[in-house]
Design a protein around this ligand. Sequence first.
Ligand code: ASP
Ligand code: MG
Length: 883
Amino acid sequence: AFINLQNSKTNIHIIGVDSDLFFTANENKDTFKQLAQAKSNVTYGEIQSLHGHDAFLIEFEQMQQLLKGVFDANGKSAKIKILKFGGKSLSNGEGLGRVLEIITNKVKNGENIAVVLSAREKATDQLEAILNKAAKGLDYREDFENFERYQKHTFKNINLSEEFQELVKLFEGVTLLGDYSAKIKDQVLAYGELISGKLITKLLIGEGINAKLLDSRRLIKTDDSYGDAKLLEDVSRENVIHEFSNLKPDEVPLITGFIASTETDETTTLGRNGSNYTASLIANFLDAEELENYTHVDGIFTANPEFVSEAQRIEQLSYSEANELANFGATILHAKTIIPLIEKNIPLRVLNTFNNENEGTLISAKSSKEGIKSLSVIENEALINLEGRGLLGKVGIDARIFRTLSQNNISVSIISQGSSERGIGLVVNSEKAHLAKRALEMEFESDFQSRDINTITIVSEVSVISIVGQDLSTFHKPYNALIKNQIVPLLFNNTISGKNVSLVVKKSDLHKALNVMHGQIFGISKKVNLAIFGHGNVGGTLVDQILASKKGIEERKGINLNVFALANSKKLLLNKDGISKKWEEEINEKGIPYTVEHIFDYAKIHHLENLIAIDNTASQDFVANYFDFIENGFDLVSSNKIANTLGFDYYRLIRDELAKKQKQYLYETNVGAGLPLIDTIKLLHLSGENITRIKGVFSGSLSYIFNTFSEKDTSFSKILKSAISNGYTEPDPREDLSGNDVGRKLLILARELELENEFDDISIQNLIPVSLRNGSVKEFLNELEVLDDYFSKIKDNQEPNHVLRYVGDLYGDLQKEKGKLEVKLVSVPKESALGQVKGSDSIIEIYTESYGEHPLVIQGAGAGAAVTARGVFGDILRIAEKI
Ligand code: ASP
Ligand code: MG
């Protein structure tokens, strides 16, 4: 093992190699001598020269004792820490500034560090792009100038001309040849790291740090597989240890990542993102205490936060969990990078350069308790389908496929084959899809002729989502959520051991799919996106109720209700992040004329999941959109009764459509406002209870009018007027008095019992004299006194102790196709259930076979904006919980 220890207080620098022999080298040999002498049992050998230092040869155990004395006193371990900075961390401006600050602070704290640097910003990509242009003979000057300008930025006194001259030469050569080798490419790409290394070293020196650039080509040796060179471990280890033993105590080593060289000193690279690998190797060789990998994100997340805003940082991962993630695109965690760390049990911390408050993600031998879960993505893939009848039972097809693909250096991320062997699906990188297809067509040419294989097709633009840490036992949850959101995976498979499930989806569905599944898997708030139509009494109250209780619902139920659309008959207000409490102002100012298509498009563009449309209008026109909503993936909630009282054919059709699209439609407030009426009746009916009659006061306004009229000695018109001014009636009170509203409610209940009644089947007693039925509202309101005589007579003609009630009554043989529906004014005994209702309450009696003569009675406020809005809210929550 190797140790490199510095004690800033005593200025002692100790370097050890191997397990039983230790050298100590030290700038100040007298200090060391004194220290050793002070510990009488420590004997030290001759002073020798080791790589130019004075060194003492002493035995291992004595060394240990000595170290104890020196380093415990200092209170901190002096094992080396490796810091690695990625391209985005090294960008001009804030990034670079922070990197300098992080390094300087550590050095000033006396920490023993080594720094591994990648190329700055997108240098590697840019160099590769210029190279390709040069090879094609295209004009790359502008790109090159941009590259140079960025890299040189405004740094003075830092001379990069040598590097740029070399690059100019290389590109000119490539232009002349019209081609380049993998070897040349590595030489070119190396400049990303070389420039970065030189620059940052100089900047640190400017900060007073004794920074020393170590060109990793002198340290890390590889074979000559350019572009993805393989490590020669022993020499590399030796080189690193040697180089580090030569460092002066206050020297801070900076190492270029990614690049290496062959034994004959040809530049090689370790594969894209290879500076992570360099850092792990250095950590391994030096037995580092920890590797800190500085990125531009806060750590490893449960999903990419750019796709899923609810994604959470994972605090801790085990190496093997990290490795699972690495298989799906987390480059920092690539197996190659993790293995050298596992070997020496070195923890890896993924940190954010731009956020020094954050603890990042710690990857070590310790596994997280519950086991981690994460969603990872490979974005740009293509699905290749091999189809043929002759594949059945044929041996060796798969082997041929894989041989062909591997010969073409195409790796397959997913393979799926049904047991019928009619077809095989393969997922490959989208850039390789056409090559793969051509190669397979060539390989299977004779099988085409023999018709064993019929087609090889490509589905381009697909993405692979992997749920790491997910097995099939609970997979139905995220899967159902996907289907409910109209995302049907093209294929999925699971690994038997590794506990992960992968799905292939259309790339256009990726964003939404991730969000939908993320909420399900992590049980963290699932977002439910609401489009609310109508913001009058009920609608407006509902919006306010939702905004007021949004936070509480998110905390208690994990449901994040997001009103992304609010509309009235003329204007639409859209905000994917949710409308604000000032919605009234906003819809006036920013509302736009619309059709529902606007809303569908908006939801699609912004990948909005879990959609619910809420109809609080009383409009017949709006109901015409219901099918479109279902078609576009919305569940429906409505306080609008119209859709349920149109023809029975329509009623059936909409339910068929809902079933087909697995959507829900709830309308509890259609009858008795917030009272749990429809739900109760539905439940009784579904459970097989035989409902024999439903009877009651369904209209809050008529309840108020007749309760008061029966009670008080006041004229009917006066009571009606007070009902109007209290807002108990519709703007045109005739809608209540006509009995149509009660008729509709009764019909809705009948249909819940699967009766096929139509509106015309209802016998309705219209309370408005014929003469008053047709004029304007105003005319009607001026002639209310006409009603007084009529109702007084009815009131007086009652038996003693009776009161008037306007009731709906559903009876008859309810097992038949149709029931009898009657809406009428009746006189009932005062002490009966119906006779006892007060105020504007509704009361509904449900008679069933089991309940016999004693009906189930549901009673309470059956009208009013607040209770109706509550009822609508309840329906929304019921759906939200299920999706
Ligand atoms: N600069 C190299 C690349 O972009 C290595 C790295 O950044 O890790 O692939
Ligand atoms: Mg990079």
